[in-house]
Design a protein around this ligand. Structure first.
Ligand code: TTP
Ligand code: MG
Length: 405
């Protein structure tokens, strides 16, 4: 059966999330990436801003010179991560074979799904509509027999596009396009190929394989296949997480033990929620501290029984923290993680009434948080963060958005 591979990518992702929240920004040149006086670069530019030559990676100072009327927004990563998770959840409703590539992009294998939706085209129309209705975002999609052609097609169809390349048309679809459109060809390779007189993908596909290999080594062969529209790489869903962690850097280095413990409790609860959502338990807790002088330590503890309760994550983390704090150096970063994950066979703790009650409590808290937001219910320990950080539905907006995985 001919494969049908979908590549999907959200349009101007960070900017579109901001526009959804603030409709006044719609139809205007908008840049996410910080203040124009700052030293940062453009992360995402609206299509109106792109008309002025703005693009991702451009220094903000250049961007504001080229387009002084652009609206610059600092952006908020947790918000984008939440939108990304919801995007991936919608994709999972359409195919069990989803390979995410970063936050706003994925491959789906839809081979054989015509029978469910009428056609793959129809399937994608429904998919795009759900993303619009539920997320208020636009996606562009390419459909082809392999990943490379699907990706080129979605890129070419932007914004709000849908482009299907029929089986057998891969080579002729790619042929007229400039070589820079082929994934894997960076600036350096483009210059080298241009110097060899190659400017289109069609010309590249006609280059003798031996020439390509002598210029580019092993990648010459891949280049040859991709330029000819041949790509039989599978869509690979990600391997399950081996560890889950969250960390944050403080706005100011701190020796405040109450703040350190409250932050540890909060980060531990985030880890616990993630752990339970994945249906896992852990046996190993790791604490990470980075001091003001940038020395970093990690301390781990392995327990006899696998567990998934916030209380045990925190109690173990706190024990490790208290030992580490004897060092009296100001702390720059704190993090907590769990590893050694196992599937949570339910009823592990049926004989232990305290563990059973903790489990029930955690599930009740998870349900409330999923419905009303993370900070809707809090333990006494984390209340102190209320005065320090703004709250969002996803949780506290910490000083640095580096709640990492
Ligand atoms: P992209 O999909 O490359 O860009 P985009 O979604 O803004 O625009 P489009 O797809 O319509 O061309 O990247 C997705 C997000 O990743 C983007 O919104 C912001 C972030 N990003 C950066 O932070 N830095 C970068 O250099 C790039 C390319 C993206
Ligand atoms: Mg995008």
């Amino acid at each position: 059966m001919a494969r049908r591979i979908i590549h999907i990518d959200l349009d101007a992702f960070f900017v579109s999330v901001e526009q959804r929240e603030n409709p006044e920004l719609k139809g205007k040149p908008v840049v996410v990436g910080g203040r124009p006086q700052g030293r940062g670069v453009v992360a995402s530019a609206s299509y109106e801003a792109r008309a002025f030559g703005l693009h991702a990676g451009m220094p903000l100072s250049t961007a504001s010179r080229l387009c002084p009327q652009a609206i610059f927004i600092q952006g908020s990563f947790p918000k984008y991560r939440e939108a990304s998770q919801r995007f991936m959840t919608i994709l999972a409703d359409f195919s069990p074979f989803v390979e995410p590539l970063g936050l706003d992009e994925a491959y789906l294998d839809a081979t054989g799904f015509e029978s469910i939706h009428g056609s793959i085209h129809q399937m994608v129309v429904k998919l795009k509509q759900r993303i619009k209705d539920e997320l208020g975002l636009c996606a562009s999609v390419g459909i082809a027999s392999g990943k490379v052609v699907a990706k080129v097609a979605s890129e070419l169809s932007k914004p709000d596009g849908l482009l299907e390349v029929a089986a057998g048309q891969e080579r002729s679809f790619l042929a007229p396009l400039p070589i820079a459109k082929l994934p894997g060809i960076g600036k350096k390779m483009e210059r080298k190929l241009n110097a060899l007189g190659i400017s289109t993908i069609g010309e590249l596909s006609l280059m003798p394989l031996s020439d390509l290999k002598s210029h580019f080594g092993a990648s010459g062969e891949v280049l040859h296949r991709f330029a000819s529209g041949i790509d039989d790489r599978e869509v690979e869903p990600p391997a399950p997480a081996k560890q889950i962690s969250r960390e944050t850097t403080f706005g100011k280095d701190t020796r405040d033990h109450a703040l350190l413990k409250a932050t540890l409790r909060y980060l531990g609860e985030r880890v616990g929620a993630d752990l339970r959502q994945r249906g896992k338990r852990t046996r190993c807790i790791t604490l990470k501290l980075r001091y003001a002088d940038f020395t970093t330590i990690t301390r781990s503890q392995t327990l006899n029984q696998a567990f998934d309760s916030d209380q045990t994550i925190f109690d173990t983390g706190l024990e490790l923290l208290e030992k580490a704090l004897s060092q009296e150096k100001p702390v720059r970063l704190i993090g907590i993680g769990v590893s050694n994950l196992v599937e949570s066979g339910r009823q592990l703790d049926m004989l232990n009434p305290l563990a059973r009650r903790q489990e029930q409590l955690n599930r009740a808290i998870d349900r409330i948080r999923n419905k009303y937001g993370f900070t809707a219910i809090q333990t006494g320990r984390t209340l102190l963060l209320k005065d320090l950080f703004p709250e969002t539905k996803g949780g506290y907006k910490l000083q640095t958005p580096s709640l990492s995985r």
